[in-house]
Design a protein around this ligand. Structure first.
Ligand code: FMN
Length: 406
């Protein structure tokens, strides 16, 4: 009876999610304010977030007509390997939705849809558990502050079985917490009347997620920041897990390259000179990102730097995230040369509101948007996407003609 009721409630929720914006609206209603506020957080005055959005507006499509779409089916089957995918699963994210189980929900959904999921180093499920999910082989690390700490963490990640290591470079210090404080979120979470009130206002989340997790799994800890288990999430020491990285320089990336034998990717690159330096360090891929507008306000959008970085760095995949919500956003990035697009918050909202089914639903929605828009553009394969599909009015560019055979 309980299982039937749960399925019905999930189906009702999915029926109300028609695009990636809907899932955010649903999460706003379902999650306690501090928890939603943490995922939704953008730095300071939200100028980076606006830059992320307006960067998409800089490009318009220039569709081709009467090209047969007979072969569109090819696009659909190729797409699983090449288009939207899950981004880093989030530290407190997991706590909010299913508490310690959130990362597993994301990893299973990603496996089901044949999409990569990057597990966050700040997550609350031990990496060894997530690595057991089929296909879960991307791990994101915030490097510990000493060479010994780094060596021990990398050895643990390797033992767990991850093959792709993503090192995040854009978190030398935590961002300004002003907006987080306003929403009632702090790390560590400090018990207060307001926090209790926010929890009581969402009794479903309080009982089904928070209390159930405490009862079944105990207090969640930051499990994966170091070689050993970290601090509990409700504790004054938790803040220490994120400190001690101010002295990092490129020598640390060189060290990681020497220690890590498999695929190495850096995330958070925006400056073209950094992209070149990362390639010289021997990385196998780069993720252009401003951390979803959560770090430095007034930062350039990754989409704006993509063409220049593609021009200066060749031979390795250039991936991108921050603000992608529509199939058209994904197509624009691919047309500008991105090899892969990652999506963050929507998958976490989906996991929070509707578990694995929610994440799969959102992945399907995005994929269908890409397919439909490809057809409307007159294209049958992602390999046909390039600058000639785009018109950039601000640059006064006239689209080039190109022969695309149906
Ligand atoms: C709540 C939250 C927690 C995050 N935690 C991490 C993290 O632990 N490591 C990391 O590299 N990026 C982290 N990110 C950034 C995401 O990986 C990604 O760059 C960003 O969410 C993409 O932007 P989008 O959410 O607009 O799609 C986090 C993002 C959010 C929203």
């Amino acid at each position: 009876m309980k299982g039937w009721f749960q399925r019905l409630s999930t189906q009702n929720k999915l029926a109300s999610i028609h695009n990636l914006h809907d899932v955010e609206r649903l999460a706003r209603r379902k999650l306690p304010r501090p928890i939603f506020g943490y995922i939704d957080h953008v730095a300071e005055d939200g100028r980076t977030q606006r830059a992320n959005l307006s960067a998409f507006d800089e490009y318009h499509f220039c569709p081709k007509r009467l090209l047969t779409l007979r072969k569109l089916i090819c696009t659909l089957s190729c797409m699983a390997n090449a288009t939207p995918c899950l981004s880093v699963s989030l530290p407190w994210g997991s706590a909010r939705f299913r508490l310690t189980r959130g990362d597993l929900v994301l990893a299973r959904a990603a496996a089901k849809r044949n999409l990569p999921m990057i597990m966050s180093g700040s997550s609350l499920v031990p990496m060894e558990e997530v690595a057991k999910v089929e296909g879960a082989d991307w791990f994101q690390a915030y490097l510990p502050g000493t060479p010994e700490g780094i060596e021990a963490l990398l050895a643990r990640i390797q033992r767990a079985g991850f093959k792709k290591l993503v090192v995040t470079l854009d978190y030398p210090v935590p961002p300004n917490p002003d907006n987080l404080r306003r929403s009632g979120f702090s790390s560590p979470l400090e018990p207060s009347l307001r926090l209790a009130f926010d929890g009581l206002m969402r009794p479903g989340w309080l009982c089904n997620t928070f209390l159930r997790t405490l009862w079944k799994h105990g207090m969640p800890h930051f499990e994966n920041n170091h070689a050993a288990r970290g601090a509990p999430v409700i504790s004054r020491e938790a803040a220490r897990d994120f400190s001690g990285r101010r002295h990092f320089d490129w020598g640390y990336l060189d060290l990681v390259r020497r220690l890590w034998p498999d695929t190495l990717i850096v995330k958070g690159v925006l400056n073209p000179d950094d992209a070149v330096r990362a390639q010289q360090a021997g990385v196998d891929g780069i993720i252009l990102s401003n951390h979803g507008a959560r770090q430095l306000d007034c930062t350039i959008s990754p989409l704006q730097v993509l063409p220049e970085i593609k021009r200066r760095v060749s031979d390795i995949p250039i991936m991108i995230d921050s603000g992608f919500r529509r199939g058209t956003d994904v197509i624009k990035a691919l047309a500008l040369g991105a090899d892969f697009v990652f999506v963050g918050r929507p998958f976490n909202y989906a996991a929070a509101c509707a578990g694995q089914a929610g994440v799969e639903h959102v992945a399907d929605l995005l994929q269908r948007e890409v397919e439909r828009n490809m057809a409307l553009l007159g294209l049958t394969s992602l390999s046909q996407l390039d600058r000639t599909c785009l018109y950039q009015p601000t640059a006064g560019e006239v689209p080039q003609s190109k022969n695309i055979s149906g």
